[in-house]
Design a protein around this ligand. Structure first.
Ligand code: 6PG
Length: 251
């Protein structure tokens, strides 16, 4: 274990390790509420992009109940998504549906401040371009470059080192002049919309949520710089990892 923890210390950014997924969710929830308070105090709004997949569900459920529910001004939250699967909004695979069930339908976020990616559209390029416009028109511009700057972006880590829907070998990895594009996953639903590296790296705070023993190869890929998640290195922002001991020990 000692060797593994020293290896996990080679990840870029700050590291928070907890015993289990529930502990990871509680730690991440406290951090998010703190980020929200600072953003709201500083500019009156907290702009956060939620992650999809399964890991964040527990975090969203924790945010939706006492004590975290009462510790933030939900009316000041503006919610975005890091990626979305090309499926109907009510499909069980839909990331926004998961976030609504676990959090957004349970707290008083203003509906007009929830920006869903319309990935069910037949023209994914047009839907991605529309999302790029939403990001550009509702966010401040980054300190470095011209990308929209979010206060906080939550990300998961796939077993092949993908994050959001930036998959190995996908052309989306090369995009620098658009903020959201279509991409292709290696598991169903295959077609996606994802935010691009310029948005991920413009953020003030980025947090990866990684639990379980299956992400060791992906974590090694981050350390060695050979997977898509390794490209998330915000030059003017905080990068943080929240993981359990099973994930930390798998590196
Ligand atoms: C998606 C997610 C994806 C996810 C990782 C990790 O739409 O699938 O955005 O990037 O975060 O695949 O997923 P788990 O948290 O389920 O392991």
């Amino acid at each position: 274990m000692a060797a593994a923890l020293s290896d996990v210390g080679r990840l870029p950014g700050a590291l928070t390790v907890r015993d289990d997924p529930a502990g990871v969710a509680a730690a991440a929830a406290g951090w998010i509420v703190e980020m929200a308070g600072a953003a709201i105090s500083g500019g009156g709004r907290f702009r956060i992009a939620l992650a999809g997949g399964s890991t964040p569900r527990t975090l969203y459920q924790v945010l939706a109940v006492t004590p975290h529910r009462e510790r933030t001004d939900w009316g000041r939250w503006e919610v975005y998504f890091g990626d979305e699967r090309a499926c109907p909004p009510d499909d069980p695979a839909n990331n926004c549906r998961m976030a609504r069930e676990a959090l957004l339908d349970l707290v008083p976020v203003r509906p007009e401040l929830i920006h869903r990616m319309e990935a069910e559209c037949s023209d994914l390029d047009a839907a991605a371009a529309e999302y790029s416009s939403i990001l550009a028109s509702t966010c401040h511009t980054a300190t470095t470059g011209s990308a929209p700057r979010l206060d906080c972006i939550l990300l998961g880590l796939g077993e092949n080192g993908h994050t959001a829907s930036l998959f190995p070998g996908d052309p989306a990895l090369q995009v620098r002049d658009r903020w959201a594009v279509r991409s292709r996953a290696d598991y169903s639903p295959f077609d996606r919309i994802t935010v691009t590296y310029p948005v991920l790296n413009a953020a003030a705070h980025v947090a990866f949520l990684v639990t379980g023993p299956a992400k060791g190869e992906a974590l090694r890929g981050v350390v060695e710089g050979r997977v898509p998640a390794a490209g998330v290195r915000p030059p003017d922002g905080e990068l943080r990892w929240f993981m359990d001991t099973a994930a930390a020990g798998s590196l």
